[in-house]
Design a protein around this ligand. Sequence first.
Ligand code: ASP
Ligand code: MG
Length: 420
Amino acid sequence: MQVFKFGGASVKDAAGVSNLAHIVKQFAHEQLIVVVSAMGKTTNGLEKLAKAYFYQTDNIQELYEEIKQYHFSIMHELFDSSSPVFDEIANTFVEIDWMLEDEPQDSFDFIYDQLVSIGELLSTRIVNAYLQQAGIASQWLDIRGYIHTDNSYREGVVDWDKTCQVIQKDIPALLQKGLVVTQGFLGGTSENFTTTLGREGSDYTASIIASCLQAESVTTWKDVSGVLNADPKLFADTIKFDSLSYNEAMEMTYYGATVIHPKTIKPLQNTGIPLLVKPFNNPDAPGTIISEVSVQQYDKPIIIVKRNQVLLSIAAKDHSFISENHLSFVYNLFAKNQVKINVLQTSALSLSVCFDYQDMRFEPLLQQLTTSFKVKYNQHLTLLTLRHYQPNTIHELTSGKTVLLEQLSRNTAQLVMIEM
Ligand code: ASP
Ligand code: MG
């Protein structure tokens, strides 16, 4: 049994959906679970809609219509207008209609999950209907009844025991009847509310399902030839890795490589399931295999660029030294506000932290910090991480730029600098 994951870029238009069917068809006689993300940039669109609704701005309908139009235009290319999928999708939108009619009562994170999750419910219904139309035995599964999480909205924490139990109970029987198409990124609470697993979390979904069922492998189909040493949109002359170790892949995602979601690797490593990263426009190409062993020479460094960073410095109001107590207090505040620290550096009198700017989280965090500390910060920065670097690579990549913070270890260099 195998698990395939198709991200938003792979199903961004009708041609993408038909390409997915073309790939899946070759595995139609094997046991296959297909995890699908929201189409194209739908999640970004839904995020905007969630904000507009929460703040009751006047563009709610406009944003909503755009998402509807986008899906219906893809469907008109894929299906005859008599297809039952049109009703199914219309009904899926009705769930949102009801919500948008009323004024928001709940927390932003809760609203976000109930609204944004619609992206995957739409994409999987469309993909499933298309596979059936193509003569492939395919079944739609609502993953929210399988991936059980707590109620940390937007960052659902998976209850592994419960999740694996229901997955093992039901899914093998379903796979006897045909392949299973289901949503990435979503989970459900014990009270049947929808949660999401964090942006780009569909890889993690594939990894959860695979490890519960002890799958042969997980394949994530991408718009690149495999895992590259750097983002090809930012750097020329990238190289593709044929293989990578779980540990290296985990390090890369930890530092912000977006090719795989950070939580994906660990469950696969624990169960010894390889992760294949393959190009959806060239399905026979080998891609990259991530597994326990890798004979990897790093002829070129791995370069990870994270934009939109904040560098914030904290000093005690009474000019005292930075102590362990300050550190744990600051760490707790960050954790409480669900802001992950990317780099941390201490000096005698100050503590500097670099993290992703998130507009709904930054202001509250800042407010809480300033009640106890003197705080200074810079925004719109770039965090550059180099793995297996040479001194000259640092030179090349930072020349002409202002570096605000630098941290070097034997394998990893991190530099916070003013936007490239
Ligand atoms: N659609 C979600 C997102 O864009 C999940 C995913 O793509 O993995 O964040
Ligand atoms: Mg996506």
